[in-house]
Design a protein around this ligand. Structure first.
Ligand SMILES: Cc1cc2nc3c(=O)[nH]c(=O)nc-3n(C[C@H](O)[C@H](O)[C@H](O)COP(=O)(O)OP(=O)(O)OC[C@H]3O[C@@H](n4cnc5c(N)ncnc54)[C@H](O)[C@@H]3O)c2cc1C
Length: 472
């Protein structure tokens, strides 16, 4: 059977070789030491981390689609430190833990680059940094509170930039000022996830693709059931991203919202003329953030958050195919890079994001006698965080008590979201308010109390972090 490329976004179409085969689906009754459900970055990095610590451990991954078919093969490829979430990190992990994790996330881009070089993966890694800026008066200085908070921890990972400095670096005069994180990078998400898959297979990790878990038996040794087989393991790790909504204990901690990306055809001459060829990735300060980057083959790639809202367990839903938000993406380009707003989109797509209230992921063990662990809630920031948090999941899965399994991100899922259908209706109201607030801010208009109150219920994203302690 050939790996399917049809209906996939440009990243996977470019990353999957024509003659590449899917791994066989799970069939019959199988056994493993550790079974990981979900073959995205979180599952693959965790499998590699477990194997690195215990080479004799028999690790198997059960993936509903193909590895990278979820968010890992269709994200924007922005490798961002998590320093913008210092307050939320401090809230869960304390001062020392927050700084330790912040440094680990900050080092992630470099570590991914080293991993790719060591393993012969050309993931088109570009360490050009990240500019987080303002495109309207209401957003000016959005980052100041975070800089002050970081300074209290003795950290200064960002450099402030004026509008002129941003224009000189990136060729757009639409940004009124911002900050620069030199540790950030861009990469090709499809080539990265398919590269990690190749390395995992080379290490003897078994991968079953096209094998959706239909039932999770919570016996002393957990058992995964698929249409054609079952896999019994001593330990199971769930890295199912937005599809964690299908696990009753996990769904109250996340709301699922799509992000949407687009790419133009390669336009090297235009980017060169503008001054945005091979330059830093950029993001604005909207609650539903807009991001801009370029690819190694000189496509311009804008992306926006705040799209389709997930309902129920996400089963049968279509966070797939071409984005339905091309016009909205174009409006964002008009705002951030007007000189590129006329370019047609060669492709656009969307994918689900598992947003927690704080914007930080969750790790832990499901209640009951089975060794079933979870890792999800990456909130649109999984590229740099998953290699680090794989250490947390590996320590939990191997029963090791250390700084990782004891870290503050290991916690019970917060009971933040109400049950359906209130969750779905409420999420639409909050999303409408956020869109309204973002729009009013751009037009320097006053925001009324209802819009203000509803939009304050926004989940954490790339830069925002709700620091209020979530209740269990
Ligand atoms: C459009 C978009 C843009 C983004 N941009 C960025 C960015 O620039 N930077 C950044 O850091 N992050 C970004 N993200 C987020 C990032 O992609 C994710 O945080 C990251 O990929 C999460 O990895 P994961 O392994 O948890 O999830 P996934 O890659 O989604 O993997 C989960 C896997 O679980 C599988 N699965 C689900 N249910 C089952 C089941 N029942 N049985 C078996 N398998 C199952 C799915 O098929 C899927 O492959 C973006 C996401 C999207 C959608």
């Amino acid at each position: 059977m050939k790996t399917r490329k049809l209906g996939r976004c440009v990243w996977l179409r470019e990353a999957i070789a024509d003659d590449e085969q899917d791994q066989p689906p799970l069939q019959g009754q199988q056994k493993a030491d550790v079974c990981i459900v979900g073959g995205g970055y979180a599952g693959l990095w965790t499998a590699l981390e477990i194997k690195a610590r215990d080479p004799a451990c028999d690790v198997a991954i059960v993936e509903a689609d193909i590895c990278g078919g979820g968010a890992s093969g269709r994200n924007s490829g922005m490798v961002l430190s998590q320093w913008a979430k210092i307050d939320a990190l401090r809230n869960f992990c304390g001062e020392d833990g927050a700084v330790r994790l912040g440094k680990a996330f900050g080092a992630s881009a470099h570590n991914i680059e080293v991993f790719c070089k060591t393993n012969g993966i050309d993931a088109e890694f570009r360490p050009d940094g990240w500019i987080w800026g303002s495109t309207c008066a209401a957003h000016d200085g959005s980052w100041r509170g975070i800089l002050e908070s970081l300074a209290r921890s003795g950290q200064s990972p960002f450099q402030e930039l004026t509008a002129q400095q941003i224009a000189e670096r990136c060729g757009t005069t639409s940004f009124r000022g911002g900050i620069y994180d030199p540790t950030a990078a861009t990469l090709h998400p499809g080539k990265l996830v398919r590269g990690i898959r190749r390395v995992a297979l080379g290490k003897g990790i078994r991968i079953f693709e096209n094998s959706p878990m239909r039932h999770l038996e919570r016996t002393a040794e957990p058992r995964i059931h698929t249409a054609a087989g079952s896999l019994t393991a001593k330990t199971c790790v769930l890295t199912m991203n937005a599809w964690s909504l299908g696990i009753p204990e996990l769904k109250s901690a996340i709301v699922v919202l799509a992000s949407d990306d687009a790419v133009t055809e390669p336009v090297p001459d235009l980017l060169e003329k503008l001054g945005y060829l091979g330059k830093p990735l950029m993001g604005d300060s909207q609650t539903f953030v807009t991001g801009f980057r370029t690819t190694a083959n000189h496509r311009f790639q804008p992306g926006i958050s705040g799209g389709i809202i997930g309902f129920g367990s996400l089963a049968g839903q279509r966070f797939e195919g071409r984005s339905i938000r091309d016009a909205e993406i174009r409006a964002c380009v008009q705002r951030g890079f007007p000189a590129l707003a006329h370019l047609p989109f060669a492709d656009s797509w969307c994918g689900p994001i598992d947003r927690t209230q704080s914007g930080l992921p969750l790790f832990g063990k499901l209640p009951g006698p089975s060794n079933i662990f979870y890792g999800y809630g990456f909130s649109g920031n999984g590229v740099a965080t998953t290699p680090v948090t794989a250490r947390i999941l590996a320590s939990l899965a191997l029963g090791v008590k250390d700084e990782w399994s004891g870290c503050g991100l290991v916690r019970a899922p917060e009971r933040w979201m109400p049950p359906e259908p209130i969750r779905y209706v409420g999420a639409h109201m909050v999303r409408a308010a956020i869109r309204r607030k973002d729009d009013l801010n751009q037009r320097s208009k006053r925001i009324g109390p209802i819009v203000r109150a509803l939009s304050a219920m926004a989940p954490g994203g790339i830069t925002t972090s709700t620091v209020k302690k979530e209740r269990n």
